[in-house]
Design a protein around this ligand. Sequence first.
Ligand code: ADP
Length: 369
Amino acid sequence: MKIGILGGGQLGRMLIQEALKYDDQFYTLDPASDAPCHNISYFTQGNFNDFETVLNFGKDKDVVTIEIEHVNADALAELEKQGVKVVPNSKIIKTIQQKILQKEFYKTHNIPSPDFQVVWNRDEEITMPLPFVQKMNTGGYDGKGVQLIKNEIDLQNLWQEASVIESLVDIDKELSVIVARNENGETKTFPVTEMVADPKLNLLDFNICPVFLSEDIQKQIDSITTKFLEVVNSPGLFAIELFLDQEGKIWVNETAPRLHNSGHQSQEGNANSQFEQMYRVVKNLPLADTDSLTFSGMLNLVGAEGFEGKVIYEGMDDVLKMPKTYVHLYGKTETKPGRKMGHINVLADSKEELMEKLVKVKEMVRVIA
Ligand code: ADP
């Protein structure tokens, strides 16, 4: 099959890396000439937000998928009309692209997500009690496009653009669950992972699996994933980001219609990785088993503050000496503060050992220039 991927970043790269054991041809589209996929696929340099570019890229492919959701969904709809298979379909990509539509989707389907108000401009009356979180309707990514409004003074900083304001959840844990559905309607869910964020950069930091949850909490999550997979009406792999609040209630924060940073530990930690699963979704093959094999965790290799230029992974030799520790680099030559350059997966026999190892690896390695 000729498989086209919109986006040539690390998610696409790791999908192709996994799928090369099968017999397909991969094509990628990305604006950056040195994108992580540029030298491991048939690469087109171009803008995946441009209608004509996406149409031209997709029209001779058997299936087109995405590794980033900020793409021209109208072009994908046109490709569908022309008979190209698009995974996930353009409709769900469009819904998820816009926070307002995404929040309404949860409401319509009784999927618990924090209360919200849609705000189109600054003059609108805000009925949501303070404090709350404002999220831009479009354009948000990795924590940008989200701001906390704590008090009356902060209200002056409200963004002018269309946005959602959402009640603040008293978060106990941030969890993620990756689900998949193929065209035949078969579904599979990965074990829940827990994210521990770096408060300064707002990028995913540690991500661990499995997470021990009470029966009641696991039930709430199961009911969300079952519901989502029932109503999503599209083949695809989706990462559902969840909040567990201090009262033990689960809320859906947001969903990504694609491979996700919170699933990287599945590369060595689970019977099959999210990348294997995505490949099977794209090809409408029987879905893979997702069991976690042991305690696993991931830490992102993020460009250190104050360094910009040709990347150096300081301390990597020491990391490579560690048992059950796996380095994944994304083929990016230039580092800058906060840029995701790679990740390291770690396996362990207990949660304590896992956390110890993750902290140790984090202290060992630095992404500098
Ligand atoms: P992004 O898509 O940029 O990752 P998110 O919607 O996930 O944005 O928000 C980023 C972070 O902000 C979350 O991981 C969480 O820590 C915090 N956050 C978002 N929404 C809420 C909320 N309703 N209540 C409390 N914290 C929130």
